[in-house]
Each structure stands twice: as structure tokens, then as C-alpha cells.
Design a protein around this ligand. Sequence first.
Ligand code: SAH
Ligand code: CA
Length: 211
Amino acid sequence: METLIDERLEQYALDHTQAASPLLERLEKETVSSRRDHVMLTGRGEGQLLRLLTKLVGAKRVLEIGMFTGYSALSMASALPDDGELHTCDVDPEAEAIAKRYFAESPDGGKIHVHMGPALETMKSLDAPFDLAFIDADKENYPNYYEPVFELIRAGGLILFDNVLWSGKVLDPQDAETRAIHELNERVHEDDRVEHVMTTVRDGLLIAQKL
Ligand code: SAH
Ligand code: CA
């Protein structure tokens, strides 16, 4: 992925960010070497931010939409208490196979519940409340994910949308994915049920707190 800021500064920031566990390092390496679409992986900088946010909100239950090979799921699960739960959704069985091998090796793997199938369907079967949701799946559905996720989150909980700057394309939306991301960004910005900030972390992370 293109970086939004100077690559040397991005590297400097990474050099001054908490180290990842050896397991996460291995997962990142395997994903990069085995998946052509590996740029989707969250990576250490954002993974550490997700872990801290999970900790700060005192989350016991986390919802993730878009697991891929499990990097963000493992990052957040590592900040959950032993009886915490992370429910994650995906549709790609090959990514699932990789993720599940790493979950099995991790002391936090038992907290992770994988739901295969379109997330809009899966969400209908999940019980509220969740303390934090991280949305990082198909961008065309971002506007469709907002209300069902909002219903599942407790007051005071966090709703995070990833890639909301979409490599800068949101400035001039020319395709369906970019238009959907822009629509979601506008919707959250106009929603007085949340307090929000759009950060320029990596590809843009929108952080909204349900009031
Ligand atoms: N959070 C991951 C990256 C997610 S990439 C990480 O940190 O590494 C986006 C993922 O969304 C892909 O694995 C893709 O299979 C999944 N996805 C796409 N459409 C989906 C849908 N309708 N429901 C659930 N997952 C979906
Ligand atoms: Ca992402």
C-alpha cells in the first residue's frame, strides 16, 4: 500500500512503536510470502493501536468484520481478559486456514470465534452488546455495515472503520468502493449519536464513540 506520509517518517514511527509478538511477526511474514493481496494486512503500527484502543475501552467483547489472515484479530484479542470474546467475520477459506493455524498457536486463540459467511448475514445472529467493532472488509458495504454495527455496540463503545482515506482517492471518488467509503465518512460525520475523529494513521482510521 502507498503510505500517506513520507516513507522515512512512517518507518521512524514504526521504529518507535511497541514490538509485536514473535507469533504476529511470523504471521506477517507468512502472509506477505503466500498472499498476493498481503497489503490488506493491518501490520504492526495499526495492530498496536488496535490493541491499545481495545485495552483503553476495557473491552470484553470485540466484533471484527474482515479477518483475513488474522493479524488484527490476534492484536485485539491479546488485549482482552481471559474470559473476553472476539467475533470475527470473513468469506475467504484460504485466509481462514492461515488465521486458524495462528489462533491455535496463540494463548489468546481461545477467545476468537470465527464466523464464515457474508458479515451482513453473520451480524444478524450475534448478540449485543459489543464494546468495540473494527470494520475492515468489503468497502462497498461500509455504509451498509454502519447501522447493524451501531445496534450491536454499547453506549461508550468504539466503532472503527479502516482505510477511510483509501490511498487518497476519497478526495475525488471515481469508483464504487471509493464512493461507498466517502458515503460512510459523511454519514458518521453527520451523525450526532457519535463523537468521532478521522485519523490519518496508515490508510485512515475513523474512530467513533457511540454516545
Ligand atoms: N483486518 C485484516 C484485513 C482484512 S482484509 C487484517 O488485519 O489483516 C478484508 C477481508 O474482508 C478479506 O479477508 C475478505 O475476504 C473479507 N471480506 C470481503 N467481503 C466480506 C464480507 N461480505 N463479509 C465478511 N468478510 C468479507
Ligand atoms: Ca485495512
